[in-house]
Design a protein around this ligand. Sequence first.
Ligand code: NAI
Length: 683
Amino acid sequence: MSSPVRISQKDAIAIITIDNPPVNAINPDVTQSLGARVDEAIADAGVRAVVIIGAGRNFVAGYDINEFVRIVSGEKEIDVHLGNVLDDIELAPKPVVAAMQGAALGGGLELALACHYRIAGPATQLGQPEVKLGLIPGAGGTQRLPRLIGSYRAAVMCATGAPVTAAEALDNGLIDEIVEGDLLEGALRFAAALTSPRPTRGKDQSLSTFILPKLPPKLKPLFAPNQALAAVELANRLPFAQGLIEEQRLFRECLYSNESKALVHVFLGEREVAKVPGVPKVTPEIKLAAVIGAGTMGRGIAMAYANAGVSVLLTDESPDALERAMLAIRAQYKSSASKGRMSPADANSRIERIQKAEGYAGMENANVIVEAVFEDMVLKKRVFADIDSFASHDAILATNTSSLDIDQIAAATRRPERVIGHHFFSPAQVMRLLEIVRGKATSPEVTGASLGIARILGKVGVVVGNCRGFVGNRMFHCYRREAQFLVEEGARPADVDAALVDFGMAMGPLGVGDLAGLDVGWRIRKEHRHLDDPSVRKPLIEDMLCEAGRFGQKTRAGWYRYDDERNRIDDPEVESIAAEAARRAGITRREIRADEIRDRCLCALVNEGCRILEEGIAARPVDIDMIYVTGYGFPPHRGGPMKYAELAGWRRVHDRVRELERVHGSLWQPASLLAKLAAEPAG
Ligand code: NAI
């Protein structure tokens, strides 16, 4: 196997090239090989200066994340050798220059910091993003960076993980020069002019100028950003060598934290869900997308395609609705341009990519057809029979239904193997999740192509099976049901939402209901009331809110009241409705603490997630986790519902569910998979 780091020489300058595709990540092999090349360059009397550069598009994008996983699982030891190699570079008797392009992140930036000089191409991104994986720099970054650019700026970089551009790096002293044109040529020219190494350590800063930034509210409760601040603070107080030891201690605490395990799981999960056993990797050619139904979802889906550079034909049976959609799309793009999120030219080309169609005219050329009409089976079947009559033989026929049976919809066509669910989330041009729902006839090629479409749209595609609510909404139903029970039993809506927001959810379950509209579920429940099992408790309160005309934000009242700015206000009327619901259900209301709220809502998610796995509706726990993190506002630092349960301990979750079953009855019966996992020895 060829070495991932090679050395060559030009005019007495050694060129050390890191070449570890795809992104030049550092791993123990790279460290070892880099160390050997550095030794060679130092020992060679003919070498006056050294340039370290990356092959390909990046300098070094970071330390290999899979290595961290192996260390945490006990398979490997921490690569302490990297610290020695960086010391050797820093203490080299010849000037060493880091020449950076593309990504100079994490371990990559730490390597550059140990060099005496740093230069970069204009598009280079420099950063310490370790906190995004629940870690902090562990190879001297928290000690060298403050000595170079000051504690405040270093703390911002290490604690937020946000990268800086080459221009910002030049401005704050992180780099010495921006190289326009060929980077290696620029580096050789720069190195040729150097006469000696430049001491980089030892410049301890004056305490009087020492200020640390405050963490933004979203980062404040997290472990790693606080550890990063602590490490940078120590750089100010301790001599360099001692600072490194402390950094290592703080780094190890992060490495074994649940926060890091969860974030690494989510990071790797994004790649894992794209690989589905039995589904081929397909990169479909999508030149034209057709969207039928130009309501809330249809227009968002059209924009998602236009944003990815795909032309779209949009239609609606109501000319007024179509006209409104076209105006709304135009207004959204114009507003994005006016806020500087895209150039006016870019906004215009996206607007032009979406054309309205009369009926289905032109849609016979579409590579993918997405149906987004009302949630009504009879209507959807009719629309799919139409699609079947005009679509080209190799088109993908997708429905955006959020709950209906894909097999029934597919049966309305003569090609059920080409029919699949593409369940987008609102707003479809923003939300990253695409739940890809396979029917029993859907071909593996169409499923693979759908994953390809998710990639084209910049979304996370997760393949699931066909059942009521699929994975996301089926679990969400149990979660929201529990939230409603809690209010009936005595919790205030604001307490329920706050307990889950404190846990890290983007929104509380009741606030989400108000945003989406409570009337949608109410109508569905009314239709299915004859199917209810009277022996199973069901929440009464949301129906009662709807009966009182409280549909959520759209009627300015739901679980809360809303003022003109849509600020939410607690409403005593909801309290009386809750008390009446409790009376009808024969419940004595009581005070309920935040931990009970959190436990019950989360255990409801986990228990249903286990059932979904048992039934094979989701193939792997990671599929559920990615659905929740990318589509339902579940905090990435908790890893998704299934990872959360694993980290909390399956036995603990199971015991809690058992306890809830004793108090609240059969809805809480533990899934057999949950019982099985709880019985396994903790790993
Ligand atoms: P919407 O009511 O905003 O829009 C539906 C549009 O379909 C209307 O403009 C209507 O005129 C049009 N339409 C009805 N029959 C048609 C036909 N035969 N041909 C062409 N157009 C027709 O509904 P929304 O919210 O956009 O939902 C659409 C679908 O997306 C539903 O299946 C819904 O369950 C699903 N969905 C909705 C989400 C949401 O947050 N609203 C999220 C994910 C999926």
